[in-house]
Design a protein around this ligand. Structure first.
Ligand code: ADP
Length: 307
């Protein structure tokens, strides 16, 4: 096999109470990539469609993660990468992670799978660090493993796979505004009150338990972020209106996806997920801000071969 086409999914990181550790994988939105072996040694990005991103491997997250893997192997050929980007960079649903994961997953398949998913995450972290200036895996892990994942630690890298209840659907709105990652980091408090920390880790522990036991009611009352959301939501226009409307429409919970501006909700059943979509649409169609909405079942497979 000399060429492979893959689907690399969008992901939601943080998931309210799981700041920097929890994430889940979507299946209705993602990038496609073609990875090809070539005689010319090295990593070469030969095509990027839909968005203006750098072709130099060292400046593109797909290239940086590919180079991290390439430098760990000894081969007399190289790889070409084509990126068909559907996830807008900076949307908060793991655009950079999809690219970082796609290149190393595709190369690993062409090499006969010498690396496991944790090792692929290690390479992908190098790419993700280019976009976010720090090493984190809360979007990479769900894109590679699928479902819900919890990054227990980065060094050594430890990723836990958490089961997804069958009837769980996400609805995500992406307002087309730009929030600088530096701004969304800078707005966070340096110190957290112990009472807030207790509330947050009680919610995170409960959410993980609720996912294991398919307890939708517990999912609902655990999806609360008392530490980050009060600050970051100020950067997202109409966040509180959206939250109020989706909870009224029957969502289990709602929060900021990654560092925003996307807003996610989790819902029991497709019918409720679609009602929540209408509620989000109602709020944002009055604002003059353009937006995309995605409804997706939780993708338990993650990145996959499509050709
Ligand atoms: P997201 O949360 O949607 O991934 P980030 O802010 O983490 O958004 O990453 C987007 C940044 O990474 C942009 O500055 C973009 O130019 C840069 N970047 C470099 N290569 C890529 C790529 N292949 N895909 C997406 N973004 C990339």
């Amino acid at each position: 096999m000399n060429e492979i086409k893959i689907f690399s999914p969008a992901t939601v990181a943080n998931v309210a109470c799981g700041f920097d550790v929890l994430g889940f994988c979507l299946d209705s939105v993602g990038d496609e990539m073609v990875i090809r072996k070539t005689d010319k040694k090295g990593i070469h990005i030969t095509k990027i469609e839909n968005f203006n991103l750098p072709f130099e491997a060292e400046l593109n997250v797909a290239g940086v993660s590919a180079l991290a893997m390439y430098n760990a192997i000894d081969v007399d050929f190289g790889f070409e990468i084509e990126i068909y980007k559907n996830i807008k960079p900076g949307s908060g649903i793991g655009s950079s992670a999809a690219s970082a994961v796609g290149s190393v997953f595709g190369m690993n398949e062409l090499l006969g799978k010498p690396f496991n998913k944790t090792q692929l995450t290690e390479f992908a972290i190098k790419g993700e660090a280019l976009a976010s200036k720090c090493e984190h895996a809360d979007n990479l892990a769900p894109a590679l493993f699928g479902g819900f994942t919890l990054v227990k630690s980065i060094s050594p890298l430890q990723i836990l796979e958490i089961p997804s209840p069958n009837d769980l659907y996400a609805t995500i709105i992406h307002p087309q505004i730009e929030i600088k990652t530096s701004e969304s980091r800078a707005i966070l408090p340096k110190v957290v009150a112990l009472s807030k920390a207790i509330e947050q880790w009680a919610n995170l522990g409960s959410l993980v338990h609720a996912l294991h036991t398919s307890n939708y009611e517990l999912i609902s009352n655990s999806l609360n972020d008392v530490i980050v959301e009060p600050y970051r939501s100020q950067l997202i226009p109409y966040f509180n209106d959206v939250k109020k409307a989706v909870l009224k429409a029957g969502a289990l919970g709602c929060g900021i996806s990654g560092s925003g501006p996307s807003i996610f909700s989790l819902n029991k059943g497709l019918e409720t997920a679609n009602k929540v979509k209408d509620a989000m649409q109602n709020v944002y169609s009055k604002t003059g801000i353009t937006f995309d909405i995605h409804v997706s079942k939780i993708n338990t497979q993650g990145v996959k071969i499509i050709d």
